[in-house]
Ligand binder design. Sequence first.
Ligand SMILES: Cc1ncc(COP(=O)(O)O)c(C=O)c1O
Ligand SMILES: N[C@@H](CCCC[NH3+])C(=O)O
Length: 462
Amino acid sequence: MRAHEAGALHADLGAANGPSWLRTPGDVNALVPMLWPKTVTREHTGEITVGGLSVHTIKQEHGTPAYVFDEADFRARCRAFREAFGGADVYYAGKAFIATHIVRILVEEGLSLDVCTGGELRVALNGGMPPERIGLHGNNKSTAELGRAVAAGVGRIIVDSFDEIARLTEIARETGKKPKVMVRVTVGVEAHTHEYIATAHEDQKFGFSLAGGAAEQAVERILSDGVLDLRGLHSHIGSQIFDSSGFEVSARRILGLQAAIQQKHGTELPELDLGGGFGIAYTTQDSPAEPADLARDLMRIVKQECAALHLSVPHLSVEPGRAIVGPSMFTLYEVGTVKDVDGIRTYVSVDGGMSDNIRPALYDAAYSATIAGRASSEPPILARVVGKHCEAGDIVVKDEFLPADVRAGDLLAVPGTGAYCRSMASNYNHVPRPPVVAVADGVSRVIVRRETEDDLLRLDVG
Ligand SMILES: Cc1ncc(COP(=O)(O)O)c(C=O)c1O
Ligand SMILES: N[C@@H](CCCC[NH3+])C(=O)O
């Protein structure tokens, strides 16, 4: 007997907490479109296909667990952002997920790229991103990283500390180059998101404080030295944000600083970056905005503020990561064990876990899941999908209704794992990291290969 049947449980869970769309036996097979890559469908056989390939074929060719990347979906999202933002530049945030193949697609789709380490810069250049379309971030860029970025001729370096300004000024003097920079401003906005991924409140490591005057001092130092080419101001308020009011406050404050700089120094800064952070749906409880709506709102706010402050509208850029790549992937697992803890819940263990998705453990992030290899007409039961790690907090999906006949050998898919899953993966417990398999037009292709135990042993020099 399964621990909990959905009908009895709904009253306890309440619509706000439970995965409320799964109420009837048929619903366990339903795919809510906003959670899945665009080409995903459930066939009449009951199994899920993506890009024309069935999950069984993907499993046969590549094994599980695997991150499955829907290339057509990713391209469509790149295009949607580029078209929505029209004259503005879209810097895809590589920290969400970067690989050479991804960079090639970004180049083809006309996006620019935000990198935040020398490692990401290396992949960006390897994938053929024109250096002038690369922006380098980071609160502690080393002299070596700055030197490489300047030598490569990156289009912008977003400076984040006085130490960095000094370091970069020295590199510019030594090389005779004039690197283009933006000043990252901490605008003092409390973004409505998990505290670990909010980045614009005062008490934290990123940026120069607006309220404390550090941002203005940073601008003054750059202008008075005259060695760096100050292009504009930058603000990023955090990640997985749904409420546009944070962007509005941020734009108002940063343009206030821009106006103050213009008044004091007579310098009209030509560019403005409002960062990324646009939220996506992980469960049916989330309601993300369309890129066109985001773009319209942001542009309206900037135009209004510029008009009020008598500023020319600067060339705008944004840095979405999650909203582009997040929904383009799902993780395909195989169920290994099913355990009923009587009267509490059913634990469904899969062949991955916190090493391929640390977000539930780190941010209490919610995900959803479905049995991907078949449909079921059994009633739903409340399940917790867990991993294989030696850690009680190794949760993949905290609450989900799965069919009562969920069993070992089932394929299980978790959508929305394109952003910050492979890029934050570890090999905890010496579990090798899964591959990223790109699927398009019925063909699959490994774009990041599976890590092997040999890879891990090679690091262990004995
Ligand atoms: C400076 C900067 N830009 C862009 C991003 C991308 O954020 P998201 O993936 O939420 O769009 C981040 C991450 O939060 C960031 O720190
Ligand atoms: N890693 C975070 C997002 C932070 C992005 C970088 N500032 C997440 O998984 O949600």
